[in-house]
Design a protein around this ligand. Structure first.
Ligand code: DLL
Length: 433
């Protein structure tokens, strides 16, 4: 039930005392060892000893992804490179990736935190965990791998791809836990069905899904298809990787490992701190990292924090599902639209499947939102009036939620692109004009 009960169920007062000591240590350390932070602090007249309470965290300037790029590859490391035993990098779509380095101590904590996170969902050492994340510079596979091994579970490091083989081995090995993106889990279920295997009859009991957003509706579909408890976890490479937060078995928000990270929610426009419960951008400060400590990192992920005690008994704050990223919010005809809002509507309509594509174009200087979505049953495409009714229904529901019109194209099952890693469902063609 618990991995480290004394921490996971700690009183807020005790936790804050621990956080303050660790924060002060981190601030002093980066001031001494990372010229980037020292320059910033000096230019503001800020000294490590000015951080007297957790409230003083606000005095520290934000760190953003560009700071990692500017200091590429090793400029933000707080230890000499000889002390770094592992490098990972995040897959930026443009320019140089952001590089993160881990000391032996960092790797130990990382595996402990992932072990803690998977135990929260109900994973135990008797489980057989199939890791269907891509192994490589991406933190997902190695992060879960060492955490699950730390717990004592049997790890199957199958990586992504060759989906038919994934299903065969899942069956033969009797895998009980699946680690993947939610979109890949959905695709794997489809491949199993094509092979004549009912995924819910396999041995899987828990899904550990992360690395991309998923709606409640998508998780509910995964639960039904696979006959599992579908849980979600969150993380980002700049701060550590997976293990920063994850669902417990109650599935009512992802507990953040607050003994290692201090979360804040800010207004992404003004940078002002927002109160608990209010949605905004998540900012994280690491308080135990040795290799790459990071102060007030702007994640760009939109979420909110809930400090109410959880029915599971844990006192660690819970973050809500990530609503989207500040940089994936689309502005269509002047209206703010998150792809997750579209997914929620589509997943609620039983005649269409979970595979879709969002296309934004500009026609005659006007934005046009177009959605391609697979119907669940190809026979529907033959029945013109049913098809039109379904399109109208989807259009109306989208309009109610988004306040804008969308063009809906219903396409045959299994014709849209499938994803083995993070899904890319939005094609914004406006920038290309
Ligand atoms: O995706 C770390 C990770 C791996 C987390 C495996 C969980 C499982 P990056 O590649 O650096 O690291 O991408 C980080 O992915 O800022 C979010 O925008 C997004 N993300 C990660 N988990 C979730 C989630 C890993 N549960 C970026 N829900 C983050 C929504 C997520 N978005």
């Amino acid at each position: 039930m618990f991995w480290a009960k004394e921490i996971e169920c700690m009183s807020r007062k005790g936790l804050e005392e621990l956080q303050l000591i660790r924060l002060q240590n981190t601030v002093s350390r980066v001031y001494e060892t990372v010229p980037f932070y020292r320059r910033r602090f000096d230019s503001m007249g800020l000294k490590p000893e000015h951080i007297k309470s957790l409230k003083d965290l606000k005095e520290i300037p934000f760190t953003v992804k560009d700071d990692l790029r500017t200091n590429y590859p090793y400029g933000l490391l707080a230890v000499p490179i000889e002390k770094i035993v592992r490098l990972h990098a995040s897959s930026g779509t443009t320019g140089k990736p952001t590089v993160v380095g881990y000391t032996k101590g960092d790797l130990k904590i990382w595996s402990e935190l992932v072990a803690r996170m998977v135990v929260e969902t109900g994973v135990r050492k008797e489980d057989i965990a199939q890791i269907s994340f891509g192994y490589g510079l991406f933190t997902g596979a190695f992060g879960l791998h060492y955490g699950l091994e730390r717990l004592g579970a049997t790890v199957v490091p199958i990586s992504t791809g060759n989906t038919e083989r994934q299903i065969m081995l899942m069956k033969d090995f009797g895998s009980t836990v699946l680690v993947s993106t939610p979109s890949y889990a959905m695709y794997m279920a489809e491949v199993a069905e094509q092979l004549g295997i009912d995924p819910s009859k396999l041995n899987l009991r828990i899904g550990l899904f992360g690395s991309e957003g998923s709606t409640e509706e998508m998780l509910a579909q995964l639960e039904k298809k696979w006959g599992i408890l579908a849980t979600e976890n969150y993380g980002l490479s700049e701060v550590m990787g997976p293990g920063i937060s994850g669902d417990c078995h109650m599935r009512c928000g992802m507990h953040i490992a607050e003994d290692h990270f201090i979360p804040e929610i800010i207004d992404p426009k003004t940078g002002e701190t927002l109160p608990p419960g209010v949605e905004g951008e998540l900012v994280l400060t690491t308080i135990t990292k040795e290799g790459l400590p990071i102060l007030r990192y702007r994640t760009r992920d939109i979420t909110s924090l809930n400090y109410e005690p959880c029915p599971c008994g844990r006192t660690l704050v819970r973050m809500s599902k990530v609503q989207g990223r500040t940089d994936d919010m689309l502005i269509i005809k002047g209206v703010n639209v998150f792809p997750s809002q579209i997914e929620s509507v589509l997943m609620g309509i039983k005649e269409v499947g979970p595979h879709y594509e969002i296309i934004i174009k500009r026609e005659n200087y006007l934005d046009v939102l177009e959605i391609n979505i697979e119907v669940s049953d190809a026979a529907l495409l033959e029945r013109f009036s049913d098809l039109e009714n379904l399109k109208n229904k989807i259009r109306c529901e989208l309009k109610t939620v988004l306040q804008i019109d969308a063009k809906v194209n219903l396409v045959e099952p299994q014709t849209l692109k499938r994803f083995e890693g993070k899904a890319k469902r939005v094609i914004d063609m406006r920038a290309k004009k």
